[in-house]
Design a protein around this ligand. Structure first.
Ligand code: EPZ
Length: 419
């Protein structure tokens, strides 16, 4: 099993280029099941989850031509699709559940493994299933698989999501794109990755319009055209490196990201004391000696994202007074706290609140990653500690951060992978 060895306390400065968005690429890849035409996607991040999604799509019959660096793909015509997504692929990449909507929309049936929980929570898919049922889908769950079918075609209708769900919004937008008639979805998640999915489906010939802040209208279509599409940049990767920049005295230039889609994060980092200069697709950031404590709640976009909660916690450990982070999206997303406390942090958890004492001097330690975003928070903490840290189970990291050691070494970090 690979591990990362990190020596900290180096002055970090220089440029970091942001890769394509994992969380935009996954639903866009799933939605390619809808079309039998040519699809050329570029700017895909070269990370494990994308590899797994491509493996899943190949296993159901899509044919791919991958570029050398695996960052762009050409999907040739796909006619014969097996409407089956096996557990061994869905269990490691929960977004596998997103093939359910397109399979039902185009073929009227699907057998898809339930994704199962993960370390941050049970991650149910009840909203996906109940919403698909409103389009005429009948389903039953047998041996951990969703067996679903629809008599003829999905029928467009009005659906109000009972709670904001990124995945359920994506599954239903994809399904309704080929349903008969018009669908109006309300109380949608509106993450930028969902807007990117809508832009992709429209580029392919879909007819989707946002008619309200969280309301989308979809006219079902039954054929698509060839399409070339460039996936958006990864705002969570960008937010991660911005938080690293807010902890470093050196100046970091985060390139290839539109500051508008991470406005909330930028405003919070400015409040904490970071110095930030914005331009069209670049953010220049440097930390300040005095980091102010703040209280934050995670929320659906445009609120502060749950996916940056662990990273922000590390920064707040360095604040001059205590802070509170309330995790409102997932029920168990504080696994990084015990590892940070082993490095000298003083964080107390009360239900879904973490009370973070400031003025922490992190010490290097042997650490264990527990989930994708927690693993990167351990690296950020280790980069400030004088001693050596060894981080194990970094397969979590490889799911969503492209070439992280290379990008960090480029700005002066002493980090290497030991196999
Ligand atoms: C997406 O997960 C992201 N994953 C997550 O990023 C992100 O943390 C999450 O959205 C919230 O922003 C991808 O885009 C691949 P949800 P998703 O449905 O779609 C509950 C990362 O690190 N819920 O918005 O699974 C659910 O349990 C990952 O890149 C139901 O109860 O998130 C959670 O408490 C981690 N029933 C809340 O809603 C459902 O049917 C939000 O989940 C669906 C969700």
């Amino acid at each position: 099993m690979d591990r990362l060895e990190v020596f900290g306390a180096n002055k970090l400065k220089g440029q970091i280029r942001i890769s394509g968005s994992k969380n935009a690429s996954l639903p866009i890849l799933a939605s390619t099941i809808l079309s039998d035409k040519k699809i050329y996607l570029s700017n895909l991040p070269n990370v494990k989850d994308i590899e797994t999604m491509i493996k899943l799509l190949k296993s159901i019959g899509l044919t791919f031509k991958l570029s050398k660096k695996r960052k762009s793909i050409l999907i040739e015509k796909n006619k014969k699709i097996k409407t089956y997504a096996p557990y061994n692929l869905v269990k490691t990449m929960r977004a596998g559940i997103l093939v359910l909507g397109p399979m039902l929309a185009r073929f009227g049936k699907a057998k898809v493994s339930l994704p199962g929980g993960c370390s941050i929570g049970t991650r149910p898919v009840d909203i996906h299933l109940k919403s698909l049922a409103k389009l005429g889908v009948k389903y039953k769950i047998v041996d951990g698989y969703v067996h679903a079918f629809v008599k003829k075609k999905l029928k467009g209708t009005k659906i109000k999501f009972p709670k904001i769900s990124v995945g359920a919004t994506e599954n239903l937008i994809i399904a309704c794109s080929m349903a008969e008639g018009t669908s109006i979805l309300t109380n949608c998640a509106i993450e930028p990755e969902i807007k990117d999915l809508v832009n992709f489906i429209n580029a392919m010939g879909g007819k989707i319009r946002w008619i309200g802040k969280r309301t989308v209208r979809i006219y079902g279509v039954n054929k698509f055209n060839d399409v070339y599409y460039k996936v958006m940049s990864d705002r969570i990767e960008a937010g991660t490196y911005l938080i690293l920049g807010a902890m470093s005295e050196g100046v970091l230039k985060i390139q290839g990201i539109n500051p508008k889609i991470i406005k909330t994060e930028i405003d919070i980092l400015k409040k904490i004391g970071a110095k930030i200069i914005l331009s069209k697709d670049q953010i220049i950031i440097s930390g300040s000696k005095k980091i102010k404590g703040i209280n934050i709640k995670t929320a659906p976009y445009p609120g502060f994202p749950s996916d940056l909660q662990a990273q922000l916690m590390v920064l707040l450990c360095k604040a001059e007074k205590y802070s509170v982070i309330q995790e409102k999206i997932f029920e168990n997303r504080f696994m990084h706290v015990s590892e940070l406390n082993r490095m000298g942090a003083k964080i107390i958890i009360k239900k879904n609140k973490a009370i973070i004492n400031g003025n922490t001097k992190f010490r290097g330690a042997e650490l264990m990653a527990t989930d994708l975003r927690a693993s990167v928070s351990l690296i950020i903490a280790a980069l400030t500690a004088k001693e050596k840290s060894i981080i194990s189970r970094i397969y979590h990291l490889d799911r969503g951060y492209e070439k992280i050691e290379k990008k960090l070494r480029k700005i002066g970090a002493k980090i290497r992978r030991i196999s």
